[in-house]
Design a protein around this ligand. Structure first.
Ligand code: GBH
Length: 421
């Protein structure tokens, strides 16, 4: 064995409710899909809501020992004050089956989608609405008995940026002032959830960490990259412990809270250069061009970045998980290479003393990729969207072997790995 991970290490996969379940009719995304504000409809997605047993059995057969998924608030509360017990029971079955199969669940409470009725009231832009969030969290506390790992929000700053700054995603509001208010309210929501769930669960938060690289060696670009890094990556996390959220225009008082772990979603890097545009906060960030070949998302592959993300997040002194890392490609050999090279860097981080406790490949199966629809193929398992047949790719088995051995054998490292880290 060339690379051997610690016994406690979790090897899992990740998904999100709206991207796989299908017929998620009560949330904001579904609404905008129907009225044509979004280019693709999620429809039946992977039909996981009906085929969950098959999917969990597959995970178990493949040898994965953990699974990150999200529960859909709008399924539990399709309408204001209307609690859906059937959905509660279905999630409970999912959790019980995972536990029975020895698969550690890692549950996210909010993964981009919210009930439409909640968004109609202004969603997280209005602090008064947090009472509805609390109601959801109370039910979740009940639902998640037996689960250990719970995350409040998935990628809060992506939610803010996409929903309220670029306005490419619901609720399509382009307002920098609102954006930072939403961020501050998400911090309040995290704190409320942390208070309710602490002690019963390991309660953390999942943060997307793009590596911000300056476009040139100039002082201006370096400063711009630092600023983007702070505004996007650290201002939010800092505020959890400091009780001060520093937005671009002003600072907000938020409750001093905590997180028992930080989940890192890592995909690629951004290239940042200075801009004179105050509406862009004086920087311009775009996808970095770091590899000749680009994924279906147009992203470069930059394995070293996962190490940088872990190192940077270690500043909080909290246990970490890689809660998402993956590649959209039709070339499954490339996926194998991607996984092995990123795991090499995760392993190096552990060897260097960083407290990384698990790796969750995005995604278990092909799924609905938000604005990009069904074309990007992130899955270890291929989905036939006509028949809903599941076909594990070679990468699914290779990753399964790694998960079972908790290590990567020499010949795999030789064939796919990086020779010098
Ligand atoms: C994660 O987001 C999500 O948690 C997950 O749901 C998703 O499926 C997965 O990654 C793969 O994409 O329009 O140029 O601004 C990753 C962060 C932020 C990446 C938004 C895509 C839009 C690109 N995402 N971004 S752009």
């Amino acid at each position: 064995m060339k690379i051997k991970f610690p016994e406690y290490f979790l090897f899992g996969t990740a998904t999100a409710a709206h991207q796989i379940e299908g017929n998620n009719k009560w949330n904001d995304w579904w609404y905008y899909e129907q009225i044509g504000k979004l280019p693709y409809k999620s429809g039946k997605a992977c039909n996981h809501w009906e085929l969950y047993k098959e999917d969990i059995n597959l995970m178990a057969e493949l040898g994965y020992n953990a699974y990150r998924f999200s529960i859909e608030w709008s399924r539990l509360f399709p309408e204001e004050g209307n609690f859906n017990e059937e959905a509660f029971n279905r999630y409970r079955e999912i959790i019980d089956l995972l536990l029975e199969k020895g698969i550690t669940p890692n549950v996210t409470l909010h993964h981009f989608t919210s009930p439409l009725w909640f968004m109609k009231k202004g969603g997280f832009a209005r602090e008064e609405n947090l009472k509805y969030w609390e109601q959801y969290v109370d039910k979740a506390a009940d639902l998640l008995k037996g689960v250990k790992i719970v995350a409040t929000f998935n990628e809060p700053m992506v939610y803010v940026m996409m929903g309220y700054l670029t306005a490419y995603w619901p609720p399509f509001v382009k307002s920098p002032f609102k954006a930072f208010r939403v961020a501050s309210n998400l911090l309040k929501a995290h704190a409320l959830a942390y208070d309710t769930l602490r002690g019963k669960f390991d309660v953390g938060i999942v943060k997307n960490i793009p590596i911000m690289l300056p476009a040139s060696e100039s002082e201006r670009d370096k400063k711009a990259a630092q600023k983007a890094d702070y505004l996007f990556n650290w201002s939010f996390l800092d505020a959890i412990w400091s009780g001060r959220y520093k937005g671009a225009f002003k600072s907000y008082k938020v409750p001093e809270s905590d997180a028992d772990f930080i989940g890192i979603n890592y995909y690629t890097a951004s290239e940042v250069k200075h801009s004179w545009n105050p509406l862009k906060f004086f920087f311009d960030a775009k996808l970095a061009d770091l590899s000749e070949r680009k994924t279906q998302m147009g992203w470069s592959v930059y394995p070293e970045g996962i190490y940088k993300a872990i190192k940077a997040v270690s500043r909080y002194g909290k246990p970490m998980y890689i809660t998402e890392n993956g590649i959209a490609t039709l070339d499954d050999e490339w996926r194998v290479e991607f996984i092995i090279q990123h795991l090499q860097y995760v392993y190096k981080a552990i060897e260097d003393g960083y407290d990384v406790n698990g790796y969750f490949y995005w995604s278990l199966m092909d799924n609905y990729e938000w604005r990009e629809g069904f074309e990007p193929r992130f899955g270890l398992i291929e989905i036939d969207y006509e028949t809903f047949e599941r076909k594990p790719r070679k990468s699914a088995y290779v990753y399964g072997e790694i998960a079972q051995k908790k290590g990567i054998k020499e010949e795999l490292v030789e064939k796919y790995g990086l020779s010098s880290l």
